[in-house]
Design a protein around this ligand. Structure first.
Ligand SMILES: [Zn+2]
Ligand SMILES: [Zn+2]
Length: 347
């Protein structure tokens, strides 16, 4: 396989500076490091990347630096930034923020931990540690050459030396990176919904260029599923079992909302599953979005194993119903009128 040019391997333009080289390698190492990438070809590609990285860095050392800088200047002159363009800034960073329905409903401040990649302490970010004793390169068995098609090529692992005096850093497995937790306090506006984005200015990636501002952190809201509430847009929906008698009687019904209990007026009506709808009492509005409705699905429930006192009361109510059948139980009245004519009872 032909060896690719180290610049194109790292996705760099010719003449890229040391900072860009390091940055490009760090990004690619995150993707190709065998600890992070299960693909069997990852390890070979990672080695190629590291060899390219080392080659380029070596070319940056005193002798190579001025040439590279000239290149940078030439590149800058070729594509001058238009006047009035925003000053250089780091990349935006995107993360998900998991909120409960209660947090999204009420808003407020929430602690958010973000994992940063920082240079590994053990190796200073190089990804390598120097061996006390040099050892034979396993890839070329010490010859410094490997077979490449029909010809021999310099071994990429040891750069043709046949021996190694470095190995991947044990602390970071060669990535040169370590993780550090950064804690932020994020202001959550009331009424954010699943998929909404919150921007935290200046909390994104640092800028590679001197004098540049860091990018922003963009948090995408993910609402955790809730055992009681369901959302349809801004409509807040919940089910509530209610005594079938209360549904007949009407009255006041306490309903738990994400920020406290609200008492709703229940009109007397049929004891069948029905919805109570309160406009504007659902999820709060945000910007041009109007607040949603509160929708309570009432599910009638009859008493289970009523005691003697309840049964006595029900007996009285039932007697009264039988005496006013066509008014209170018209279905029963018409059924009986049709199927229970005035004929003698069977033996
Ligand atoms: Zn390390
Ligand atoms: Zn070798």
């Amino acid at each position: 396989m032909p060896h690719r040019d180290p610049h194109s391997l790292l996705g760099l333009a010719p003449g890229a500076g040391e900072r860009e080289i390091k940055h490009a390698f760090r990004r690619l190492a995150m993707r190709w490091h065998p600890d992070r990438n299960a693909d069997p070809t990852a390890i070979e590609h990672f080695k190629r990347l590291r060899a390219a990285y080392e080659n380029l860095l070596a070319a940056q050392s005193p002798g190579g630096a001025p040439a590279a800088e000239r290149h940078d200047e030439a590149a800058a002159a070729a594509s001058p930034e238009p006047p009035g363009e925003a000053p250089p800034r780091g990349a935006d960073r995107r993360e998900d923020i998991l909120l409960t329905v209660e947090e999204a409903f009420a808003g407020g401040e929430k602690a958010f931990t973000i994992a940063d990649e920082i240079p590994c302490d053990a190796c200073g970010g190089s990804g390598e540690e120097v061996l006390r004793h040099t050892r034979l390169c396993a890839a070329c068995h010490g010859s410094g050459r490997v077979r490449d098609g029909r010809s021999l090529a310099a071994c990429a692992d040891c750069a043709g030396r046949g021996y190694l005096n470095r190995q991947a850093c044990g602390a970071c497995h060669g990535s040169g990176q370590a993780r550090a937790a950064r804690k932020l306090h994020v202001r959550i506006p009331a009424g954010v919904l699943d998929g909404d984005e919150l921007r935290v200015a200046g909390a994104g990636e640092d800028c590679d260029r001197s004098g540049g501002e860091p990018g922003d952190l963009i948090l995408r809201v993910v609402l955790a599923p809730h055992a009681l509430y369901r959302l349809d847009g801004r409509d807040l929906i919940l089910s509530r079992p209610v005594s079938a008698f209360r549904m007949l009687l009407g009255g006041e019904l306490p309903i738990p909302l994400p920020d406290g209990v609200r008492h709703l007026k229940l009109e007397s009506g049929r004891a069948t599953t029905r919805e109570l709808r309160v406009k504007g009492a659902g999820f709060p509005g945000r910007g041009k979005q109007r607040p949603g409705a509160l929708i309570v699905r009432l599910v009638p429930v009859l008493p289970e194993a009523p005691d003697a006192e309840i049964l006595a009361l029900l007996e009285r109510a039932e007697n009264r119903l039988q005496n006013t059948l066509s008014r209170h139980l018209p279905d029963v009245a018409s059924w009986e009128a049709r199927w229970l004519p005035d004929i003698p009872e069977t033996r």
